[in-house]
Design a protein around this ligand. Structure first.
Ligand code: KIV
Ligand code: ZN
Length: 517
């Protein structure tokens, strides 16, 4: 890098991103995302909130053990039990970071914490000191800083830096700020806190008004040197600032910035796809950088211009962010070792030989139908049933479906449910409706289908269809997805994938809801 400052990229896809309703990730899924983020060279990855559930504790621990090149961070409220859990989960990390937070806005202190400002300062200082017993890399966040009193923020920040917080993160928790205002806040805090030069100022912006990236960029122009962001802008409610937008804005407009990131931008699109595949959150086609249309030119005048000189209508090169042609990686004749080592390169390990063998059978099956197998197909193959099959209450066995113009569609589905093979049949308004009604005859989940979408995994009519569904039951939302060259089968797999998540839904506490305390 040049002699510019470094802009630290802190990815929170596996923590704030996971707080999106339905986006929860298993341990194995987090490891796969973590490996990809490491390959992309993110500086810090927040792997989860270890005190939220035993499952998340294990996931953060596993990520901490798998990642060598990036810092791994765990979130903790400013309380002993959270910090101890985070410290324990991160103990084997090469570079562990504890991120502790407490709210500082009048409304949060009074209504949620029921604490006085003095008590909040005292608790924040205590929390940073306690976290320092586990690692010297401690980050502190005054939650809802975007609606906090500036002088009070200066007081808290000075106090936590004085006891050793190395990073001070300013969250616009509810996405309330406007870009010029948020930039000013960062400037005033840096100027108003006497020891501000002893810590890195970071920002964490939510997208409730669609301003998360703009607010983060404005903060960087005013001296912030860490941005917290997520792949595809995933996150609580309307999401967080999206990593790809921040990184590419800074890279593309180097004429405007005194800093740059260390990110390998060619990993952006593959990482976006991985996260979308795992969470089932489809990327909108017109999403900047990673949307399918981000580099597509429809208007003739644009196409003509781009053919004559790319820069007439393109400010970035598609290949620089990882939009490359699908590469055939494996085929019908590829053996078990080639399959295993390609998956390893993708960060996918199997818990046992049995799981590897099962996945290899699915691979051979797919290779029979579709001769060229791409990385995306492999990702889908394991995401589908998951390398983590221990949590399967229902599994798909086979499907017969029939639809003919003028006739009512019919489906017969065979599944293993509660250890027994069972079949059910139904008619429906369409083949997918018939399949879902047949499945429900067996499982009686009572879940409501909130979203159904299908997209192609690679190009060509022989591509696998990737189906995402969202189910809601009793306020809990889960996403499921499945892929197959037959989209009706993919639909059945997606529904069953979501049902399994409903059945095993981990009771997870939310870091920012004090009623969970
Ligand atoms: O949005 C927020 O305030 C957070 C904090 C925990 C940093 O996610
Ligand atoms: Zn947040």
């Amino acid at each position: 890098m040049s002699n510019k400052d470094k802009l630290i990229i802190f990815d929170t896809t596996m923590r704030d991103g996971e707080q999106s309703p339905g986006a929860s990730m298993t341990k194995d899924e987090k490891i796969r995302i973590a490996k990809k983020l490491e390959k992309m060279r993110v500086d810090v990855m927040e792997a989860g909130f270890p005190a939220s559930s035993p499952g998340d504790f294990e996931a953060v621990k596993a990520v901490a053990e798998a990642v060598k090149e990036s810092s791994v961070c765990g979130l903790a409220r400013a309380r002993k039990e959270d910090i101890d859990r985070a410290g324990e989960a991160l103990k084997n990390a090469v570079a562990p970071r504890i991120h502790t937070f407490i709210a500082t806005s009048p409304i949060h202190m009074k209504m949620k914490l029921m604490m006085t400002p003095d008590e909040v300062v005292e608790q924040a200082v205590w929390a940073v000191k306690h976290a320092l017993k586990y690692t010297d890399d401690v980050e502190f966040s005054p939650e809802d800083a975007g609606r906090s009193d500036k002088d009070f923020l200066c007081r808290v920040i000075e106090a936590v830096i004085a006891v050793g917080a190395k990073t001070v993160n300013i969250p616009d928790t509810v996405g309330y700020n406007l870009p010029w205002q948020f930039g000013n806040l960062i400037k005033e805090l840096r100027e108003g806190v006497p020891n501000s030069d002893k810590a890195i100022f970071s920002v964490h912006c939510h997208n409730d008004l669609g301003l998360a990236s703009a607010n983060s960029i404005s903060a960087v122009l005013n001296g912030a040197r860490q941005v917290e962001c997520t792949i595809n802008g995933l996150g609580e409610r309307a999401g967080n600032a999206s990593l790809e937008e921040i990184v590419m804005a800074v890279r593309t407009r180097q004429d405007m910035f005194e800093c740059d990131t260390n990110i390998d931008t060619t990993q952006i699109v593959p990482c976006s796809r991985l996260v979308s595949g795992i969470t089932g959150f489809v990327v909108q086609p017109n999403k900047a950088i990673v949307g399918a249309n981000a580099f597509a030119h429809e208007a003739g005048i644009h196409q003509d211009g781009v053919l004559k000189n790319r820069e007439t209508y393109e400010i970035m090169r598609a290949e620089d962010v990882g939009w490359i042609e699908n590469r055939m990686v494996l085929g019908k004749h590829s053996g078990r070792n080639a399959f295993k080592s390609r998956l390893k390169e993708l960060g996918i390990d199997f818990a046992s030989e049995t799981e590897l063998n099962e996945a290899f059978i699915r691979f051979k099956d797919l290779a029979d139908k579709k001769h060229e197998i791409f990385d995306e197909d492999l990702q889908a193959l394991v995401t589908d049933t998951g390398a983590d099959s221990s949590n399967e209450y229902v599994s798909f066995v086979s499907l017969f479906s029939k639809s003919e113009t003028g006739e009512q569609p019919f489906a017969k589905v065979t599944m293993v449910f509660d250890g027994e093979e069972v079949s059910a049949e139904s008619t429906g308004s369409g083949p997918v409706d018939a399949v879902y009604k047949a499945i429900e005859k067996v499982v009686s989940s009572g879940a409501e289908l909130k979203l159904y979408s299908v997209s192609n995994i690679t190009s060509g009519t022989d591509s696998q269809g990737d189906v995402s569904v969202r189910l809601e039951k009793g306020g809990a939302i889960v996403n499921g997805h499945g892929s197959d060259t037959d989209i009706v089968t993919a639909s059945a797999k997606a529904y069953i994938n979501a049902l399994n998540k409903i059945f095993v839904r981990r009771q997870r506490r939310h870091p920012q809801k004090e009623s969970d305390v």
